[in-house]
Design a protein around this ligand. Structure first.
Ligand code: SF4
Length: 299
């Protein structure tokens, strides 16, 4: 089966999956970000943990083939090999992010000791897959690699018919089976997955279905408590994604500032709250946008 790679479809004004999730969170936020260009980066302390974990998974995914091909007989300890791979990945990423560690006044060794434990469940799961393949096919080295599901990190997908694009954290390909997986740094809810995460997986499934019609489910992996939760798409979720694309497109094509969102709890956690509630700043931005579009219309 062909690896997914970058599925590129033409389309100038595509929305990203993150745009439609923002619309679902707060319409005003999408307008402020995309139309008025108000973007505020989340504090480094918040993004640091996610950046490290994502990068280690990406490193391990990219280096996995070499490790698997080094398994030449039953004497290899697959768990230890995976443990070494993730440890190497974590060291590599922490050294790369040394400056950020210094800015956050974090000690590299302490961070290493804390984070290395977070990969244990993933390592156990991957070890089990490899041992199952060895037991079933009695193969090693490159032949063993051929029998394993392939993971692709940071996979770009897009569709001009949906008008949507996205980047999937991990895509698992095995035979005719394709499964998207999204890594989340926080804890899993008591049951299932959070609404935004469910929509995100549903959007990825719709994007993937253009090339792989049999894709029906994906996973959200909550790294903080090592929980992998399944999301199975249904017609309601599909409809919701399509509706969000349509509504987001309509919102962005008009020059009308949406009202504040009703749920003030959302505003508490919103990184652009300061600008959003600064009326004179918003008025100035709106006037600039109107002037700019008038000038464009006159050219
Ligand atoms: S502060 Fe509230 S109303 Fe403003 S963009 Fe954020 S969530 Fe929306």
């Amino acid at each position: 089966m062909e690896l997914a790679g970058v599925i590129l479809v033409s389309g100038e004004k595509m929305l990203s999956v993150s745009d439609i999730l923002t619309y679902n969170y707060c319409q005003r936020k999408l307008f402020l970000q995309k139309v008025l260009g108000i973007v505020e980066k989340a504090p480094r302390e918040i993004t640091f943990s996610g950046t490290i974990k994502h990068a280690v998974f990406e490193y391990a995914t990219n280096q996995e083939q070499v490790m698997i091909c080094s398994i030449l007989d039953d004497s290899a300890d697959v768990f230890v090999l995976y443990k070494q791979l993730f440890a190497k990945g974590l060291r590599f990423v922490l050294l790369r992010e040394k400056k950020i560690l210094e800015q956050l006044q974090k000690n590299m060794i302490d961070v290493y000791k804390e984070y290395i434990l977070l990969f244990d469940d993933a390592i156990t799961e991957k070890t089990a897959v490899v041992l199952r393949a060895i037991k079933e096919f009695h193969v090693y080295g490159n032949d063993l690699w051929e029998k394993l599901p392939k993971i692709q990190a940071e996979c770009s997908v897009s569709s001009s018919s949906l008008g949507l694009r996205g980047v999937i954290d991990q895509l698992e390909l095995f035979g005719e089976q394709v499964v998207p997986l999204e890594l989340k740094t926080g804890k899993a809810p008591k049951q299932g997955v959070y609404e935004q995460h469910q929509l995100q997986i549903a959007a990825y499934i719709l994007l993937l279905q253009e090339k792989y019609p049999t894709v029906t489910y994906g996973y959200v992996y909550y790294l903080a408590n090592n929980e992998k939760r399944k999301v199975l798409i249904n017609p309601f979720m599909k409809q919701e994604v399509l509706q969000l694309i349509d509504l987001s497109q309509k919102l962005l094509s008009k020059q009308v500032l949406p009202l504040y969102c009703e749920n003030k709890q959302k505003c508490q956690n919103c990184e652009i709250k300061k600008h959003c509630y600064d009326e004179s700043y918003i008025v100035e931005k709106m006037q600039n946008m109107q002037k700019h579009s008038k000038a464009l219309n006159n050219t």
